[in-house]
Design a protein around this ligand. Sequence first.
Ligand code: NAD
Length: 547
Amino acid sequence: MKSQLHLQGKRGVELLHDPLLNKGTAFTAAERDALGLRGLLPPSIATQEQQLERVLGNIRRKIADLEKYIYLISLQERNENLFYRVVTEHLDEMMPLIYTPTVGLACQKYALIFRRTRGLYISLEDRGHVKQILQNWPHADVRMIVITDGERILGLGDLGANGMGIPVGKLSLYTACAGIPPAQCLPIMLDVGTNNPALLADPLYLGLPRKRLPGVAYDNLVGEFVAAVQELFPRACIQFEDFGNANAFRLLHHYRDKVCTFNDDIQGTAGVTLSGLCSSLRLTGGQLADQRILFLGAGEAGIGIGDLIVEALKAEGVPEAVARQQCWFVDSKGLVVKSRTDLVEHKLRFAHDHAPVATLLEAVETLKPTALVGVSGMTSGFTEPVVRAMAKLNQRPIVFALSNPTSKAECTAEQAYTWSDGRAIFASGSPFAPVTLNGVTHVPGQGNNSYIFPGVGLGVIATESSRVTDEMFLVAAQTLASLVTDGDLALGRVYPDLKRIREVSMAIAFAVAEVVFKHGLTRMQRPADLKAHIAAVMFDPKYPHYV
Ligand code: NAD
């Protein structure tokens, strides 16, 4: 294979220290001679496959997941090709380490495990100089930016600058799941302070030890960042990640029609959940238009899912007002109903005419939902009586406990299957092991955005789309659902095997690219062979030959 990257004159130690170019012991004799490496490496020359075996052995010998995470991140810091070979070829084993649930623990311990910087930190002390900071990034062709302000990291709350693990992890998934080249990925921490008292009191905290910046000053800093990206990286897509919900909805609303941006917590979650619901209907035999979906949690994820379900129903010809009536929400104050005076704006469009209902159990008994979706970050939100009530109402109750990390899931896979006598169609945000009940093994699906955002990102980047639209998430959900096999469903899994993730991402990217060209969202001419064009963009972690 020919080199995808130019060596930029790098040789010797400088080459070994560049993680995008380094091959470690796999540099050939000819490369060692030509690139000034002789003597800087042990004499034995390894293949990438041998290195892969060594790395896998090292990971598997470690007991604690956090130790495995640290090992993987340090591998990424010295040899990205090898890191992505390991992750891509063993995704079901590695994803829980580089992403949820382990990344949650890593963020909680970020100050302790910090070894080497990755990504860019933009703090409120950098106001007026954001462009210069972006100019410090060593790669010119940035295409995918994931930015967080750390206010709502998974379901763990405000982790301030320690939330940097999330953009780093998410971008690793863009590369592993959809082949977006690592040199085109930029993780950013927007450090505007933290309201987490434990972090503010921690002398080792890595971020600004001050309370969060509110209001106009915050908006101005985000505005300066977005403007600088447009100037320096005009082909980049900005993904907002793990912002608190007030800022998340506001920023999405403000920027979505101005620049190429999306919010994965709102839109990506919606795509993966809609897809899981549609696949579940192949097991229950129902139609989307006949479902009543009850959410625990009415934040970014819940409202985003509700909105996309409404879009899907509208596309089937259901009037919007009728479609909205199919989605009901319970938040920390009870059922979201019109008479409540405490509802923030994003909940209002799902506030229906109904008497107040205080608890989820009461809501299940009153509304008789066909599906229950947990996006509350509330551990044990789906109690035994709640799941039993769902199982009494439905032959195959749909129970999605999507909150992350595992410790925040509304119920476990085992609980869902046990309390429903094995009839629940269960999916979770973080992975659960298969459960055997009365001789039947149930394989829970992982309803995680990582089935959606990498493919959407690839489609957007490959076509240089100027916007990211809701229609893209709708086609992504439909495409994902279409790839679920009867074999998956027979196991109880409403998502494809993670081993097929590259095929899934490729198919989603193609569907997204079709939307881009249909709506003229790019100046690019439609390539004669769109699939081949997308495939050519994808990064291959096999080592290139430099000589
Ligand atoms: P958010 O802060 O925007 O919303 C949380 C919602 O839960 C709010 O409406 C809040 O009122 C409600 N809530 C909190 N405590 C509650 C309680 N005790 N009872 C009822 N409702 C309660 O957060 P979000 O972005 O919507 O994320 C929520 C959860 O969903 C997180 O744990 C997150 O990790 C998870 N999530 C999972 C995926 C996935 O891919 N599976 C994607 C996005 C978010």
